[in-house]
Design a protein around this ligand. Structure first.
Ligand code: ATP
Length: 899
């Protein structure tokens, strides 16, 4: 196992007696003096100050916590003549309060009593109980299952930057995963959006860098500013070398200085919050630049990859495709979906695994059944290595490793592809440890080792002896009770126990008169109705009992520590097995969804192909199915180099946005190594995915909807390469028509001539279709609709060619706009379509009053203007009089009339 050495020199020192006395001279009570000295060391934290069975909060902490937790604010004593506000939470229930505080952006310092109050008293009546902060709770450093979402990684991330480079490091303290990545400064927002960390550490200086203002303000609620000194790269390197017991970090990867700084700052912070204890951390893995398909924050949000636009997991792509059966699998699926790959071989390895499970139903079901029973080994292991593990964590390791073994045996017999062979290898063989834990652990396990009685009988003969002595002694107490009852002739005499007296003989006050006065029974206590005695014999027995119980617990604790040590010794290989279980879960889950929803294996290549046949939108398709609506209409999309830019026109509501998004989602699914909702898909790997879809303003940053649109468009035009995939939905719609059209026009030209990326461009500016004559690789497509008796039917089909109308007014009617408005809009449209724009507008203005004009015109929908040509022709047909040939001719004639 990697040896973890904590460098504790930078942790705040404990509060000294001298500090307390200085404050007492200023008038504070001893306890308040101690509180203030500890609080001064943790100014950014709510101090949970242990007092008996409560954690108490004082001053501003109390005010803030009482408001956040909705608990009563009281007061206790005075300071400088003012009341001291106070509130408290019971020690037993504090874990239920923590998530609320952490969620609201607070950090909590847990300050414990480090000695018995009796110990303190020995130092004098004014001596205060020793207290120390034993743990800092922050959003990114939680390990408790109760505080974590089992299906999501909780990353703690740090960003460092020097003159030439930016480095990001992130780790999940609850699983030990540790990564770094160097990136150009402009990519930082995309990298952070991909990680979606629970807490982000940034040096004070970098926080002031104007180029990152916007990026960091997006993460304001999870930002923890750090002194710059914590990002010193030389110190960071030393710290990491010491932590992983190596002479130089080059042994692991060629980390840039910025990456080293960020990684060092993370380790530093973990030590600080865990008070010098370090969890098992993996050796940092370096993510090469370009190794993942980068998706910027806006695109991620708009495509609703892991959460929907309103922040819910339900309804996101992740939610729809997630068929994992374990927490670790769900976490890994989310990581895979958030960071699709770019290396064709790596993607194919994953696809081989998915294909294997999709073709072998038996194997898939067996694996999924076995995985369902696996406990969360990753998180149990992290608690164990942090010294926070309990007997149940040991049981989780035992059961997880046992299941790994069964899975391994099962998989070996199946001749699986290479990716599964790696999984089999990583599952390992932990027979000895499993066997030991099986023998060691009993059936009903307490949460904490200190509660005892978790070691199985038969594991340690010495423990069995102590336990039988303990229960034997109990029997002896009963014998003694019977003996005393006979001796005194008081049959209701009882031997009882409490914490103050220990064991004692108890009789009623009346019976006490009959107690022998020969000195065997020594009076201890007179209560209202009962009298209590002790005897020498009873005291001796008590000594035996309590020493047996104490010795049993001490022995159990020792045995527990030994087991913990055994697990720690194997921590690296256990973590590998746990990770392998997660990979198996993800691969079999991707196969499961593929089979359930008829997804197919995509073909990935190094080229620039993009040929999707029969593609579907995974989320819309699932939603239509759940609502029992018409089936989703599959569509092709071929962005081969000679038509790499598609201009898509067509009515509102016809499915343009859905089509755009589905092609982006298919790309993401394919590059993460999953099957895709399409009959076939051939994709030349995409390096970055950009989108400008949806409309939202960003009032917090003072940006209007149109401004947001332009900022996003600027990023696309400045950053997309010929390997990128760009989807643009209605660029330019948020401003005046001609301004919008001009911008859209120029954007299309730029994408075509300079970016040369594969792109889908949806627009209502039909004028843009004129560009086909000028731009060779621009191809026009439209969403097909059918008009039927004045109604528009959306076919949701993408066809070649441009659309001639937008049917906006039709959609407005569907949406329930008042009839008068619809009629008027039709008039306006007719006038505008006829004339020169400026003269048409003047004419319309002269038309006032607006709605008066309506009376003259019949409503074209409610009062159809007579039968159309097709209907007239139909009337002429007498089916009974027609020969088969004439019938066929009539049919052709009708079709021709329909146009
Ligand atoms: N291929 C399809 N098959 C079946 N239904 C579809 C399909 N595409 C879209 N739809 C349905 O049509 C609705 C509208 O689609 P979408 O939002 O993509 O239209 P749009 O052309 O982008 O409209 P607008 O221009 O008004 O934004 C969707 O919510 C969905 O229910």
């Amino acid at each position: 196992m990697t040896t973890l050495v904590a460098a504790t020199e930078h942790l705040p020192a404990d509060v000294t007696q001298e500090e307390i006395e200085t404050r007492m001279r200023d008038g504070a009570t001893p306890m308040m003096a101690q509180f203030m000295a500890i609080k001064e060391r943790h100014p950014d934290y709510l101090l949970f100050y242990r007092m008996g069975d409560f954690y108490e909060l004082f001053f501003d902490d109390a005010v803030a916590a009482s408001e956040a937790l909705q608990i009563t604010l009281t007061k206790r004593g005075h300071h400088n003549g003012d009341d001291i506000p106070m509130c408290g939470v019971p020690v037993k229930a504090y874990e239920s309060y923590l998530p609320k505080l952490v969620d609201k952006g607070f950090r909590v310092a847990l300050c414990e009593q480090m000695e018995d109050p009796a110990e303190a008293k020995k130092r004098g009546s004014k001596a205060v109980v020793k207290r120390e902060v034993v743990r800092l709770f922050t959003a990114g450093t939680i390990t408790e299952d109760t505080l974590l979402d089992s299906r999501r990684n909780n990353f703690l991330a740090a960003v460092a930057q020097n003159r030439t480079e930016t480095g990001v490091a992130w780790l999940d303290i609850s699983t030990g995963a540790f990564y770094t990545q160097a990136c150009p400064s402009v990519m930082l927002p995309a990298v952070l959006a991909r990680l979606n960390p629970g807490e982000l550490l940034v040096g004070d200086k970098l926080l002031q860098a104007p180029e990152h203002f916007d990026t960091f303000s997006d993460f304001k609620s999870i930002l923890t500013p750090q002194p710059n000194s914590r990002f010193d790269s030389a110190n960071a390197a030393k710290r990491l070398e010491k932590l992983f017991a190596v002479k130089t970090l080059d042994a692991f990867a060629n980390f840039s200085r910025a990456e080293t700084s960020a990684a060092g700052a993370l380790v530093d912070y973990v030590e600080l919050t865990q008070k010098g204890k370090l969890p098992r951390l993996e050796i940092p893995k370096q993510l090469a630049q370009g190794a993942t398909l980068e998706v910027d924050a806006a695109t991620r949000r708009n495509l609703e990859l892991t959460v929907t636009l309103n922040g819910q997991r339900k309804g996101s792509l992740l939610d729809v495709i997630d068929r994992t059966v374990s927490g670790a699998g769900a976490r890994l699926l989310s990581v895979w979906l958030s960071s699709p790959l770019t290396n064709v071989d790596d993607i194919n390895r994953r696809l081989d695994g998915v294909q294997f499970f999709s073709e072998d139903l038996g194997a898939r079901e067996d694996i999924r059944q076995a995985l369902k029973k696996c406990p969360d080994m990753e998180r149990a292991l992290s608690r164990i290595t942090l010294g926070r593990g309990g007997p149940r964590d040991l049981a989780a390791i035992r059961d997880g490793l046992a299941a790994s073994f069964d899975l391994r045996e099962h998989l070996i017999s199946l001749t699986p592809p290479p990716i599964l062979e790696t999984c089999i290898h990583d599952l390992g063989n932990h027979g000895q440890l499993v066997d030991k834990l099986r023998r060691a652990l009993g059936e009903d396990l307490p949460l904490m080792a200190r509660d005892g009685d978790f070691i199985a009988p038969g594991y340690a003969p010495e423990l069995d002896e102590l336990r039988s002595l303990r229960s034997e002694s109990k029997r002896l107490i009963l014998n003694l009770q019977a003996k005393y009852a006979d001796l005194t002739d008081i049959q209701t005499l009882k031997i009882k126990h409490n914490n103050v007296l220990g064991y004692f003989v108890e009789v009623t006050a009346k019976q006490a008169e009959r107690m022998p006065a020969d000195g065997d029974f020594i009076h201890r206590q007179t209560m209202k109705n009962v009298i209590r005695y002790s005897t020498v014999e009873l005291s001796e027995l008590e000594g035996k009992i309590s020493s047996a119980a104490d010795r049993a617990l001490a022995l159990e604790t020792r045995l527990f520590d030994e087991l913990i040590e055994d697990v720690k010794q194997d921590a690296d290989v256990i973590a590998l097995a746990a990770n392998s279980l997660a990979r198996l879960d993800v691969l079999s889950a991707l196969a499961q969804i593929a089979v359930e929803r008829h997804y197919n294996r995509p073909v990935l290549s190094e080229g620039y192909e993009f040929d999707i046949k029969g593609g579907r939108h995974p989320v819309v398709e699932a939603a239509l199915e759940a609502a029992n609506e018409a089936a989703f209409v599959a569509n092709d999309c071929d962005l081969s180099q000679d038509q790499r830019l598609w201009l898509i026109t067509g009515p509102n509501m016809a499915g343009k946005s859905t089509f755009l998004r589905q092609n982006a989602l298919i790309t993401i699914l394919a590059q993460m190594g999953g099957f895709v909702p399409a009959a076939s898909a051939h994709i030349g790997v995409v390096d970055r995915l950009f989108s400008r879809v949806g409309a939202a303003d960003d009032l917090a940053r003072g940006r209007s909807t149109f401004m947001v649109e332009m900022v996003e468009a600027a990023a696309i035009l400045n950053q997309s390469s010929d390997r990128s995939l760009v989807i643009l939905d209605e660029i330019g719609r948020g401003t005046a028509t001609f301004d919008g059209l001009s911008i859209a026009w120029a954007v299309v030209e730029h994408l075509h001539e300079l970016n040369k990326c594969r792109a889908l461009f949806a627009t209502h500016y039909h004028e843009l279709t004129a560009l086909t004559s000028k731009l060779d690789c621009l191809s026009c497509h439209s969403m097909r609709v059918k008009e039927w008796k004045g109604e528009v039917i959306f076919l949701h089909e993408v066809g070649a060619g441009a659309a001639d109308r937008s049917y906006g007014i039709h959609v407005a009617r569907l949406a329930g706009l008042p009839k008068a408005v619809i009629k008027r809009a039709e008039q306006v449209l007719e006038t505008l379509e006829k004339g020169e724009q400026s003269s048409a507008v003047t004419k319309l203005a002269d038309d006032l009053p607006l709605f008066a004009a309506l009376a003259d015109k019949p409503d074209p929908v409610s009062e159809p203007s007579g039968p159309c040509d097709v209907e007239l022709a139909l009337d002429d047909i007498q089916p009974d009089d027609l020969s088969p040939r004439e019938a066929l001719e009539a049919l052709y004639k009708l079709k021709a009339l329909r146009g």
